[in-house]
Design a protein around this ligand. Structure first.
Ligand SMILES: [Zn+2]
Length: 233
């Protein structure tokens, strides 16, 4: 059940991200670099780690991969708060409805960590890293959005704790999934990672032309195969 610990540690980064604008002066931090890095990590984790591992477990991965991608698209366009710059948040005043989207996405993160870990412990560790890295800016932005929407600190923190707790719940549930579905599940969650990385985080990171963002994305993309090498998956 180590994967529950991984899920907890990875998910707590959204709470840490959320605490920054509340308890520090980091309200106007340039999040572009972190968002770019997270995009690189997520996309790379899906392409270099989750899909190949899914393919080893099953030859039926393309359809679940596509389902994962479009499911996240539907979740995001209907209810989700996503990582954003604090200046352009008209779509983000949906409050608790937005938290449902975030909660669902967090749950999928937990499922990916657990399924990855049970398949191979190093795989779970890499996926947990990808979750931790992208949840940090998500928590940061969610916190800013909620405070701007007149939620107080307490409610903001409760919301962040609840959504990050759902990552652990997702991991717990995934422990009961039959192993023959692990290939398609890895592919499905890889589809959600690609969606968040490529269509959410990447455009956010590139709001302005900035070569350091490009370097951040590439660093994120490169670190995943490096981790794979070091961990020997
Ligand atoms: Zn997430």
């Amino acid at each position: 059940m180590i994967y529950l610990v991984y899920a907890f540690i990875a998910s707590i980064s959204s709470v840490i991200g959320g605490l920054l604008p509340i308890y520090t002066r980091l309200k106007h931090i340039r999040t572009n670099y972190l968002i770019g890095f997270a995009a690189g990590v997520l996309i790379s984790t899906a392409l270099f780690v989750m899909l190949p591992e899914g393919l080893l477990a099953s030859d039926q991965i393309l359809t679940p991969f596509a389902f994962g991608f479009f499911s996240l698209y539907l979740i995001e366009k209907s209810v989700m708060i996503h990582a954003c710059k604090e200046t352009e948040c008209d779509v983000h005043t949906k409050g608790w409805v937005g938290m449902i989207g975030l909660g669902l996405e967090s749950m999928l993160d937990g499922i990916a960590i657990a399924v990855g870990y049970i398949t191979e412990p190093a795989l779970g560790l890499i996926i947990a890293f990808a979750v931790a890295v992208h949840e940090l800016p998500v928590g940061f932005c969610t916190s800013i959005i909620m405070i701007r929407s007149n939620y107080d600190r307490k409610n903001t923190l409760i919301a962040l704790f609840l959504t990050s707790f759902l990552t652990v719940v997702g991991a717990l549930i995934a422990g009961f999934f039959p192993q023959e579905y692990f290939g398609p599940i890895l592919a499905f969650t890889a589809g959600t990672f690609i969606y968040i990385g490529a269509s959410d985080l990447l455009p956010q990171a590139h709001e302005r032309v900035d070569w350091i963002v490009v370097v951040s994305v590439i660093c994120g993309a490169v670190i995943v195969p490096l981790m794979e090498r070091i961990l020997g998956t």
